[in-house]
Design a protein around this ligand. Structure first.
Ligand SMILES: C[S@@+](CC[C@H](N)C(=O)[O-])C[C@H]1O[C@@H](n2cnc3c(N)ncnc32)[C@H](O)[C@@H]1O
Length: 379
């Protein structure tokens, strides 16, 4: 999904790899990806790569970091945080390596200016990300700053809210487009609805927030301003779309409403308090069908697996009875519970909700052809 977004933004050399997508382009393309990507978590700018020897890893990593001209990239007055991740790296302690990398950066500044940047691990101006493999170190400057799922509209989180970029990814995987009715019948704080409303209004997801690239020395303010102006100009808040959200809990709906209000998009989403087991499909649309995208309550946080074991069969029955003609996309982290829904999935896409491995199950709710899976059969 991210590779598709990048191609649409005219990125070059787009190459999906584990955990991300490589791409190349101008500085302004980097700004555009930060502004427009709905599914990326961060945009990292590759600033260096070097091999290191296992037997001399600490010193080699220090030397590789020192070779980069950091004072050309950001001012010494900026606060700094260093992140290190590693796969099969022959180093004793990642904390120690993090310190060495930080020292190397600060030493470059000190040698040049007699000053060094301060460290701020909570809200740094500049984040340096380093990745270690068994043989190489790669260094990146984070052009995003705060992760991109923080769009800036969420005031309060409800019970187990989804990350915004995961919600947007679920919508992308469902193939939903704003001309098709959309329902989240367990909407909680409304993350899926908020993302859908922004897609419908052609709202750039990053329009309301700040980015890490604004703190770098090569920041091209006019190029950024022109991208933002273009994004504002292409918004369409008067679009006709059918987006519905409901939840059992009134307090969850209040959160969803507050988040939609914050986006100024409450007018294009209908919210209703309802039990998914009893609610009919949105009334004028039963003929045409639509798409359900939702994440039901799940075990890790609800700690009530008996209730959930009863929940899924009821959900399956409700969908089967009242939503024929619709296609449902349901996120679940529990394959056993998901089997209880009693519908056969036409697709299962692995996704991560934070650290929690999930599947997005696709169910085509075609009347008459619905078949119940045998107990124990793969879902
Ligand atoms: C995991 S949360 C959804 C979180 C949401 N996607 C968000 O980002 O905030 C599951 C939601 O299902 C709702 N729920 C539980 N049982 C329900 C039922 N029978 N009918 C409708 N909603 C229900 C809960 O109130 C909760 O808000």
């Amino acid at each position: 999904m991210l590779a598709r977004e990048l191609v649409a933004l005219q990125a070059q050399h787009v190459k999906p790899v584990d955990g991300g997508v490589h791409f190349a382009g101008t500085l302004a393309l980097g700004y555009a990806v930060n502004l427009h990507s709905r599914v990326a978590s961060r945009v990292l700018w590759h600033v260096g790569r070097a091999p290191y020897r296992a037997a001399n890893s600490d010193q080699d990593i220090y030397d590789a970091t020192q070779k980069i001209d950091w004072p050309k990239l950001f001012g010494v007055e900026r606060t700094l945080r260093v992140n290190v991740s590693a796969i099969k790296a022959p180093v004793k302690s990642l904390d120690f390596i993090t310190l060495r990398i930080k020292d190397a950066i600060c030493d470059v500044f000190r040698a040049r200016t007699n000053l060094r940047p301060s460290i701020d691990t909570h809200a740094p101006d500049v984040r340096v990300h380093t990745f270690l493999t068994a043989t190489d170190i790669t260094l990146y400057l984070d052009t995003s700053g705060e992760p991109l799922f923080k769009r800036g509209y969420r005031r309060e989180a409800g019970e187990a809210p989804l990350r915004e970029n995961l919600a947007a990814g679920m919508l992308a995987l469902s193939g939903w487009t704003p001309d098709v009715p959309l329902l989240d019948p367990m909407c909680g704080s409304g993350t899926i609805l908020c993302e859908a409303a922004q897609i419908a209004a052609n709202r750039a997801p990053g329009i309301g927030r700040a980015f890490g690239f604004e703190k770098l020395l090569n920041f091209d303010a006019p190029a950024w301003e022109s991208l933002r102006e273009k994004a504002y100009a292409s918004e369409n808040n008067s679009i006709k779309t059918c987006i519905y959200g409901s939840d059992l809990r009134g307090d969850a709906l209040e959160l969803a409403r507050a988040n939609l209000d914050e986006l100024d998009l409450a007018a294009i989403v209908s919210l209703k308090q309802a039990n998914v087991f009893e609610m009919p499909a949105p009334v004028d649309l039963t003929e045409s069908g639509g798409i359900i995208v939702t994440n039901p309550p799940y075990g890790v946080r609800m700690e009530d697996r008996d209730a959930l074991a009863a929940f899924y069969p009821q959900l399956g029955d409700a969908l089967k009875k009242r939503f024929s003609g619709w296609t449902a996309y349901i996120l679940s982290s529990d394959m056993q519970l998901a089997k209880g829904i009693g519908l056969s999935a036409s697709k299962r896409t692995p996704l991560f909700n934070g650290a929690l491995e999930c599947r997005l199950f696709e169910y085509k709710l075609v009347s008459g052809s619905m078949r119940r899976v045998k107990p124990g059969a793969p879902v």
